[in-house]
Design a protein around this ligand. Structure first.
Ligand code: FAD
Ligand code: SF4
Length: 516
């Protein structure tokens, strides 16, 4: 539907579902007398992977709130709703139709966060014979071109090298030319577990009750995508800039202090712990990473949070988040097809239901489907680790991660999944595969206490499948990692096992795979 259309359109400003930023370059020089904003809800973005209902609701509800804000500011807007009978189902088809009807002199678009979408939109605009102005995404602190310059000539990419350069370039947590707190990295302080008694009192994170717009979206998602996984009865994500700022305030005040210490810890039935829950607000561009980083640094400078928490949190945003985006644009489109470990097993069907007797996976997947959220270690060292050890085809793992989380956008999801968690890029993003036995999960959580399996057992009726598959992984890939400086010791340990034990591990691992 076109609302208050200018007579002849100079610029058609295309705003995608993860570009909800009034300060973006697409709005530079906006003139309501000549320009028109264009937004479209399309089914393809919810079905090209089997998106969870909360993920679909997150994008649609945030888009509708952003459209409301634009209307309130008097900006002319073309907004196609998903339930419009004339909706053509894909961004490309919708835009093609609008270009034919509206004949703008130019399409203005911030660089999309997904290769597939960028290519589709470029093609549509070219076919319509309309000029295209694809603007830099100013939300990020490092452009793809600057990252390519950083990568050029380096035999290997290291996040830590990139992160230190970003700290220097942007003057973050710096005292002159030295890192604040006397060290660049406090990672060693960020690996504590809760111990037998668990986390104890946890601050309640803010919840944003669905308003009328969001309730409409929830009803639409239930009727249109009711067979998709996930639940909507606990949907309480921040959907507007004001709500995102409130969520940021609450995190800085209540949870950042302990973020660093418990960053890697897990506890059954406790999804949030001391995590920020800000990734979706950041990825939809409701928050600017600069303001998030500045607030964390200020809390440290004011003596309200320790350096290990401020640095640990800032490293995720100024370091990892920018780094994975750099790798994505440097490597696409070929990155999607990488499969360095030659993994071809199917993803277990219970990744879509949580119905498994492996307690850590049951807890993480159930939480994921209920809330569309899991924190980093749950993603990396539970669901990701199991898929890696099982040898699941990386593209299937990627499709699952892109579907299930409210914060999932390909530029950030793909490198985390395919590179960091599955080692499918052969060590381009992270120097070694994140492999561990069930003993790691036993140390970092309470899951094993409630599980029928035993994390210390490699074979036998009660052997933990993670542990069996971990030793099997080392034996299967012994040759590949024999000279790897950070894997050598693990591989040698496996090679030292008696032959009968090695055979028993291989048979037990084959039986686990056969059950899948
Ligand atoms: P916190 O733990 O509180 O961290 C603070 C912020 O740091 C996050 O909000 C996020 O913006 C940023 N951050 C932390 N780790 C990373 C990282 N590795 N890469 C990029 N940014 C990071 N993050 C996404 O935003 N979208 C995804 O689709 C996504 N998929 C992932 C898939 C796998 C297999 C793995 C291992 C990680 C993935 N991550 C993804 C990274 C990370 O798990 C989430 O950003 C984080 O769990 C979000 O929760 P939070 O906001 O509470 O984060
Ligand atoms: Fe997970 Fe193994 Fe622990 Fe069970 S014993 S919770 S499967 S790590």
């Amino acid at each position: 539907m076109v609302e208050a259309m200018p007579p002849a359109i100079r610029h058609l400003i295309v705003v995608l579902g993860d570009q909800l930023d009034r300060q973006s370059a697409a709005f530079d020089g906006f003139d309501a007398a000549q320009d028109l904003v264009w937004m479209a809800e399309v089914a393809e973005e919810s079905t090209q992977v089997w998106s969870t209902q909360p993920r679909i609701a997150m994008f649609l509800a945030a888009m509708r709130h952003f459209a409301e804000a634009l209307r309130a500011q008097g900006l002319p807007l073309h907004y196609r709703r998903l339930d419009d009978v004339a909706n053509r189902g894909t961004l490309a088809a919708e835009l093609a139709e609008s270009l034919a009807a509206l004949r703008p002199a130019r399409v203005v678009l911030v660089q999309p966060g997904e290769w597939r979408v960028r290519e589709a939109l470029r093609q549509v605009v070219a076919e319509a014979g309309v000029a295209l102005n694809e603007c830099e995404d100013r939300h990020f602190l490092c452009t793809p071109a600057a990252f390519a310059r950083h990568a050029q000539g380096r035999p290997e990419l290291l996040m830590e090298t990139f992160y230190r350069a970003m700290r220097r370039r942007h003057g973050v947590l710096m005292d002159g030319d030295q890192p604040a707190g006397g060290a660049w990295n406090f990672d060693a302080d960020n690996r504590s577990a809760f111990g037998r008694d668990g986390p104890g009192f946890l601050p309640e994170p803010p919840a944003f009750a669905p308003d009328a717009i969001t309730q409409d979206v929830i009803a639409l998602v239930r009727s249109r995508f009711g067979e998709h996984p996930g639940r909507l009865d606990r949907f309480a994500w921040p959907l507007t800039r004001a709500q995102a700022l409130a969520a940021l305030d609450a995190f800085i005040a209540d949870r950042l202090e302990f973020f660093g210490h418990w960053q890697d810890a897990m506890w059954g039935g406790q999804p949030w712990l001391y995590h920020a829950q800000l990734s979706a607000a950041l990825n939809l561009k409701l928050l600017d990473p600069r303001e998030v980083i500045a607030r964390a640094e200020q809390a440290f400078r004011d003596g309200r949070v320790p350096i290990a928490s401020a640095e640990g949190f800032i490293r995720q945003i100024l370091g990892w988040r920018e780094y994975v985006r750099g790798v994505y644009w440097l490597q696409m489109p070929g990155y999607l097809d990488l499969n360095a470990l030659d993994a071809h097993a199917p993803l277990p069907a219970w990744y879509w239901t949580g119905e498994t007797d492996l307690e850590c996976l049951r807890d993480t997947i159930t939480q994921t489907l209920d809330l569309s959220y899991a924190h980093h270690i749950q993603r990396l060292m539970v669901t990701g680790l199991y898929a890696l050890l099982l040898g699941v085809e990386p593209r299937q793992v990627h499709a699952w991660y892109l579907a299930v989380y409210v914060d999932a956008v390909e530029w950030v999801e793909l490198p985390n999944t395919l590179g960091m968690s599955q080692y499918a890029d052969g060590g381009l993003l992270g120097s070694k595969p994140y492999v561990a036995s069930g003993q790691y999960i036993a140390r970092m959580s309470d899951h094993c206490r409630h599980c029928r399996y035993r994390p210390e057992e490699r074979t036998g009726a009660r052997a933990c499948p993670f542990t069996t598959l971990y030793w099997d992984f080392l034996l299967r890939h012994a040759e590949r990692f024999a000279d790897h400086p950070r894997m050598q010791a693990q591989v040698r340990n496996a090679a030292r096992l008696p032959q009968a034990e090695r055979r028993a591990i291989a048979e037990a691992a084959a039986a686990i795979r056969a059950r899948v």
